[in-house]
Design a binder for this molecule. Structure first.
Ligand code: SF4
Length: 390
């Protein structure tokens, strides 16, 4: 068994609540707190929290602590005969229930275990910092961790549209390699309805600024956001906007309305009618059909998305992606139900999984039990399972 290390275990640094799904291997460094806009009606993450730009000194102090922790973890590894490597044994020692190490140690240890080369700058819009301050922060980060080869951040289109391409290029040179933007939709009436605080034109300007700067751009689209009323406009106009940006990545993250979101009131009042899973798949099909002239990579990796296998490189994989949509829509209703329950229960990942007899028996049993429990409404039960995902 690995012995406990000496040294100071009291080091902690600040980390915010969320990161994009694709940043699971990233160390989280908090440059700003919360969201300066905080009004999107489908978003609950920072509600009631005030936006705050941390001073460069404060962020540098956190980065220095992360470095000190990383050094101490490597020492721990050496002391225990693991040669400085952060391997299973080191991870077990740090995550043991009796371990004296706190959250920050665990974060840095996991990060090193997973490669230790990627960083995500939190929270929702750190590009709101003065450009020079962010450049200084990124430069310091790379000095402290020379092995870092990818630094990413969220940013609002409103902010990016105001940045010059030269400012963004300065960030790229300082190490910022990817920006994640919540585009959500390209349909102006819907952007206004959900209070995104940005227009389709600003989305395009922002996206093009990033593309021109050479920073990789990932745009998030929210299937289902337009409800029944605007499903068609949402699909077509979002594709139109993305066709003009041609981002490196387009990521789908389906709408899920929680009771603590402003949008929930509109749903409760019957003002907004939500789409069912099958209608969302139809909408995605229309969206994909309308994506033209781009070289983006489309990903559907969010846990809320039904069809994870909607993925591929444009333009060559467009037909393949549409074939996935068609395949799902062409299934008989009872097969679609089995897939939905299996996927939401974490038993299915792909449509081919429907052929797995053993798993299918489990899903059929789950549907039978839901029926017996009296709610009788499998779709509602699926929704309650999804609530655990966000
Ligand atoms: S800009 Fe992003 S973080 Fe801020 S409220 Fe909107 S979705 Fe939430």
């Amino acid at each position: 068994m690995m012995s406990r290390p000496g040294g100071n275990h009291m080091f902690e640094f600040e980390q915010g609540p969320i990161r994009p799904p694709s940043e699971a291997k990233s160390l989280l460094i908090r440059a700003t707190r919360n969201c300066p806009w905080n009004r999107c009606e489908f978003c609950h993450t920072y509600k009631g929290q005030k936006f705050h730009i941390r001073s460069v000194d404060e962020i540098k102090e956190d980065i220095t602590r992360a470095r000190d922790i990383a050094d101490e973890i490597r020492e721990l590894s050496w002391r225990n005969g693991c040669g400085g490597e952060v391997n299973d044994e080191v991870i077990r020692a740090i995550f043991a229930s009796s371990s004296p190490y706190g959250e920050s140690y665990r974060s840095v240890a996991s990060w090193l275990y997973l490669g230790g080369t990627q960083v995500f700058i939190q929270d929702a819009n750190s590009l709101q910092m003065k450009n020079d301050d962010l450049v200084e922060t990124l430069t310091f980060l790379k000095e402290k961790f020379p092995q870092i080869n990818r630094i990413t951040s969220y940013a609002r289109s409103k902010t990016l549209a105001k940045k010059t391409v030269d400012e963004l290029k300065a960030l790229r040179r300082a190490g910022l390699s990817r920006i994640h933007v919540g585009l959500e939709t390209g349909y102006d009436p819907l952007l206004e309805y959900i209070q995104k605080g940005v227009t389709a034109k600003e989305h395009i300007k922002a996206g093009r600024n990033v593309v021109k700067s050479g920073i990789s751009l990932c745009e998030y689209v929210m299937p289902g956001l337009g409800g029944k009323k605007w499903t068609r406009e949402h699909a077509i106009e979002t594709a139109r906007v993305l066709n003009q940006i041609d981002p490196n990545y387009i990521r789908l993250r389906s709408l899920y309305v929680r009771s603590d979101m402003v949008l929930y009131q509109k749903v409760q009042a019957g003002e907004m009618k939500l789409l069912g899973d099958d209608e969302v798949v139809h909408e995605i099909g229309l969206f994909v059909e309308n994506l033209n002239g781009i070289r983006s990579y489309l990903v559907s990796d969010h846990i809320l998305n039904l069809l994870k296998e909607i993925e591929g490189q444009f333009p060559q994989d467009k037909e393949k992606i549409l074939a996935v949509v068609d395949r799902y829509i062409s299934l008989p209703p009872e097969e679609r139900l089995i897939f939905k329950v299996g996927r939401r229960a974490g038993l299915y990942r792909r449509l081919d999984d429907l052929q797995d007899r053993e798993t299918r028996l489990k899903v059929e049993e789950a549907i039978r039990r839901i029926g017996e429990q009296g709610t009788g409404n499998v779709e509602e039960t699926i929704k309650s399972i999804m609530a655990n995902y966000i």
